[in-house]
Write a protein that binds this ligand. Structure first.
Ligand SMILES: NC(=O)c1ccc[n+]([C@@H]2O[C@H](COP(=O)([O-])OP(=O)(O)OC[C@H]3O[C@@H](n4cnc5c(N)ncnc54)[C@H](OP(=O)(O)O)[C@@H]3O)[C@@H](O)[C@H]2O)c1
Length: 232
């Protein structure tokens, strides 16, 4: 009897790293639920990947996340959760950083990842994998990026706690720490950043797909990927 196809949920799948990870998981044969706020971009991606469903979800909104969870419940079991959605916000020193920017970044990156993770926990199959997309900012403080740094450092603590809590369920948790990757996120805080030295999203996706494909007895706890030419 053929084995049931495995299901992966990718947040922030409408562009950038999430889109590339969705493509890489699709190439591995995963069925996909693709989410972000903007439905048209998701629908375009779902149209060209086999067995992919697009569903708009704002990870900051508990009701929106609960609706997404209903969709996952109908599919019964989730095998991969990619917590990728995130924002950087504009760059500003703490002295002038406005509270709204601080709140939006923390709300999206930290609170949103918590909401999605908690909502998906009941559906995670034994041996499944959660990948939390942090950043090297989880370990290195970048001036002008206090909210982003704080959200990602907080997510590292969240990720490590989650890993310990899920060991008895044989659910593995990967902390993904990419360095500079060539996506639209740079427009938010450094539009002139030298893109040609950045990592291609497909390369990060390749590493994520490898981590997800490991046998259930092993986990890549932390996946740090930097441009080989060094920092920008
Ligand atoms: N690019 C890099 O250099 C780099 C390095 C390290 C880590 N990262 C991390 O990688 C992740 C993806 O970033 P990216 O570089 O691919 O940026 P991106 O191209 O701007 O993509 C961000 C994705 O997140 C979604 N998103 C944003 N806010 C959301 C919300 N409230 N609810 C649901 N989805 C939301 C966006 O879709 P909508 O706008 O349609 O919602 C989009 O799909 C982020 O967590 C980022 O911190 C990026």
């Amino acid at each position: 009897m053929p084995s049931r196809p495995k299901l992966a949920l990718v947040t922030g799948a409408s562009r950038g790293l999430g889109l590339a990870i969705a493509e890489a998981l699709s190439a591995q044969g995963f069925h996909l639920i693709l989410t972000a706020r903007s439905l048209p971009a998701l629908q375009r991606l779902a149209a060209r990947l086999p067995n992919a469903t697009a569903h708009a979800c704002d990870i900051r909104d508990p009701e929106s996340v609960a609706t997404l969870a209903t969709l996952v419940r109908r599919r019964r079991r989730l095998h991969v959760l990619i917590n990728n959605a995130g924002i950087a916000g504009p760059s500003a020193p703490i002295a002038t950083l406005d509270f709204d920017t601080w709140r939006q970044v923390i709300d999206t990156n930290l609170h949103g990842t918590f909401l999605i993770t908690q909502a998906m926990l009941p559906y995670l199959a034994k041996g499944s994998v959660i990948v939390n997309n942090l950043s090297i900012a989880a370990r290195t403080a970048f001036p002008g990026m206090a909210a982003y740094n704080a959200s990602k450092r907080g997510l590292l603590a969240f990720t490590e706690t989650l890993r310990e809590e899920l060991r008895p369920r044989a659910v593995r948790v990967v902390a993904l720490l990419p360095g500079a990757a060539d996506t639209a996120i740079w427009e938010q805080f450094w539009p002139q950043a030298p893109r040609r030295r950045m990592i291609a999203p497909a390369t990060i996706a390749q590493a994520v797909a490898f981590a997800v494909s490991l046998p259930p007895g092993a986990n890549i706890d932390e996946l740090v990927i930097n441009p080989s030419s060094g920092a920008l």
